[in-house]
Unconditional design. Structure first.
Ligand code: ADP
Ligand code: ZN
Length: 627
């Protein structure tokens, strides 16, 4: 069969025809096979993937799947979802059909699977070898077949599947099936008839989405029993969280980029800001920095993304349009130049750091104006959504303003019961002080009120500290009871206080840049609500904490490690894949430390499976011998 025979280029939204149930080609052998033994599982884990053991809930998921039981695995980014279907795909009889929403994602997975010697293929409009792929499927020569949902739900695809044995259906990014999820894709809803047409094939749905509604919706929509839900913890222990007020964004971001030599992402709120930051950061740090936002020409966007994926040291400055479907494991930092939309968004965006498990940092720089703008936007959305959106902002303000462990706040938000401290966030590493500033807050709010709720912080500060410039005199603000009311001790607190009050919505920005009372301001004025602020550590301590001394996991300046990286770069270039597809940094690091002398020794290093040992073993051994 050649490409031209591929029958479906257009999306088909027809009704499922129940008559097709169980019409499999007679020659397909559907006799149930006994599940693979524990030994077979460990052997494949080691030989194919080069891993010495499972991580987290991987073993529970794999165990269910190879025993033919449908499962929904909720695992955070980097927890190793792909292994939970790729390993069964190798062991089970028949092909594992993987439904995946993005071509880029599929091709990424394809590369990694093939590099491990797994027989994998994709069927997308971007593939020119579709005829060969279908032949291979029919001949039972594929472990993995990736397909987009709009194709998977078409009758022709079902007919194809009826010509050979299917061992497993894996549905990646399964939250797309739910309207509750953040990426609802109607095509996912059409998968059910396909799944139902193969009742003997187990289903494995995979997602990183935490939300309870979405989970139960996925179970129902994909016909997975409730007992099939496996949820991994949401902690990402290798990510160090740091959240700081924005003072000089450029200087602060520059420091992050300079302290983290590996690949990183800087999220900025607008296209204009992305362009500007990308340009300045490139100039000031000498690093390769490229922009990414929806306003760029699609070709440039794709090129910038490809450059980032392949790079070992590039910085991508991007709007949140960037990230979905990018499986780069070695992103070492994610910096936010302003606040994200919610804690969920923050978790998702920072989660793009450190999928490989190596130390990584997430740094957010926030400003009172971020919250002011976000709260202004609340007024523009439909009234019935305002309440929940306001809650999201309040939770985010809580995370930003907390003196507690950031990780604990994050995990509690997702319904977990974490330890009170983590030793790997700014507040744990450099405990911050909390001071009660209710009195100062009342003075400030009172000044806002008495000056008519239309002046900015600069003017208010003059009034409160008793500086009578022309404007103060002209408006008669020197006559107010709040004029010069702040004590010397209170003066330095004013900026941080105003920021905190804006974050929690007690002060809101007016259209003309003034401040007005909002939220619980009246309760504070009446003495019914208290205000506390955190006192951030001093400048030099701050720098140390965001660097942490060990965020760069790699042995900087180790000539053997550098030589191994050099070889990896060459091999990657030859094979036309990103370097991490050859080996992860952690594998090279282990090689540099253990200095294996034989193929056998090399094979026992994490990440070196049989296929990679054969393909690259000698080349790496040679470099090790020379150093
Ligand atoms: P997810 O899709 O859940 O974000 P991936 O499947 O991309 O995560 O896996 C994340 C990283 O973890 C990959 O680089 C993978 O090689 C690695 N990994 C997965 N399972 C294991 C394991 N059992 N031992 C060591 N590394 C693993
Ligand atoms: Zn902590």
């Amino acid at each position: 069969m050649n490409d031209d025979d591929w029958p479906f280029e257009t999306t088909f939204y027809g009704e499922p025809d129940a008559g097709m149930l169980d019409i499999h080609a007679p020659e397909v052998d559907w006799t149930p096979a006994p599940p693979p033994s524990g030994d077979a599982v460990s052997k494949a884990l080691h030989d194919v993937f080069g891993f010495s053991g499972f991580r987290g809930v991987q073993d529970q998921v794999v165990d269910r799947v190879i025993n033919g039981r449908s499962t929904l695995a909720v695992m955070p980014t980097g927890a190793g979802k792909s292994l939970t279907y790729q390993l069964p795909a190798v062991l089970l009889q028949g092909t594992c059909v993987v439904v995946s929403p993005l071509i880029a994602l599929m091709h990424d997975q394809l590369r990694s699977a093939r590099a491990n010697g797994i027989r994998a293929a994709t069927l997308t409009s971007a593939d020119t070898d579709r005829g060969a792929t279908m032949d291979a499927f029919r001949a039972g020569q594929l472990d993995l077949l990736y397909i987009a949902p709009e194709r998977a739900s078409q009758p022709h695809f079902r007919e194809l599947l009826q010509t050979a044995r299917v061992g497993l259906f894996a549905i990646d990014e399964a939250h797309c099936v739910s309207e509750w999820g953040h990426d609802f894709r109607p095509d996912y809803r059409l998968l059910r008839p396909l799944l139902d047409a193969f009742p003997q094939v187990p289903r494995l749905a995979l997602t990183a989405t935490a939300d309870h509604h979405t989970r139960s919706d996925i179970l129902a929509q994909l016909g997975i029993p409730d007992e099939g839900l496996i949820v991994a913890g949401f902690d990402r222990p290798n990510i160090r969280y740091t959240i700081r007020p924005r003072e000089n964004a450029m200087r602060q971001l520059k420091a992050v980029v300079e302290e983290n030599p590996g690949p990183g992402i800087v999220y900025a709120p607008t296209r204009a800001r992305v362009e500007q930051l990308a340009e300045t950061l490139a100039r000031e740090t000498g690093r390769r920095v490229l922009p990414y936002h929806a306003g760029l020409d699609p070709e440039i966007r794709a090129r910038n993304q490809a450059a980032f994926v392949a790079s070992e040291d590039m910085v991508m400055v991007a709007t949140v349009a960037f990230g979905m479907g990018i499986d780069k494991p070695d992103v070492r930092f994610v910096a936010h130049a302003g606040i994200p939309k919610s804690i969920e968004a923050y978790y998702q965006e920072t989660g793009r750091a450190g999928r490989d498990g190596d130390p990584s940092v997430a740094v957010m720089f926030w400003g009172a104006d971020d919250f002011a703008r976000a709260r202004q936007r609340l007024a523009e959305i439909e009234p019935h959504r305002q309440q929940s959106e306001r809650q999201r902002l309040d939770s985010l303000a809580g995370l930003v303003e907390t003196a507690e462990c950031r990780r604990a706040v994050l995990l509690r938000h997702f319904g977990e019961t974490p330890a009170q401290t983590c030793s790997n966030c700014d507040n744990c590493l450099q405990p911050v002080g909390v001071i009660d500033v209710t009195d100062v807050a009342r003075k400030l709010l009172s000044a806002v009120y008495r000056t008519g709720q239309s002046y900015g912080l600069g003017h208010l500060e003059k009034v409160l500290t008793g500086q009578s410039d022309d404007r103060v005199l002209q408006r008669g603000h020197d006559q107010l009871s709040v004029f010069g009311i702040l004590t010397d001790d209170e003066k330095p607190l004013l900026k941080a206080l105003a920021r905190a009050l804006q974050a929690r919505g007690s002060l809101i920005a007016t259209e003309h840049g003034g401040l007005a009372l909002g939220g619980d301001a009246r309760a504070i004025l009446k003495g019914e609500a208290a205000v506390a602020i955190v006192v951030p550590p001093k400048q030099e301590r701050k720098r140390r904490s965001s660097r942490g001394g060990d965020t760069a996991a790699n042995p900087v300046g180790d000539p053997l490690f550098e030589a191994l990286r050099e070889l990896r770069r060459e091999l990657a270039k030859e094979a036309g894949v990103p370097p991490y597809v050859i080996f992860h940094d952690s594998t090279l690091r282990e090689m540099a430390t253990a200095r294996p002398a034989s193929l056998d020794d090399l094979g026992s290093i994490g990440g070196v499976g049989t296929r990679k040992l054969e393909a690259y073993g000698d080349a790496f051994l040679q470099v090790i011998r020379q150093h």
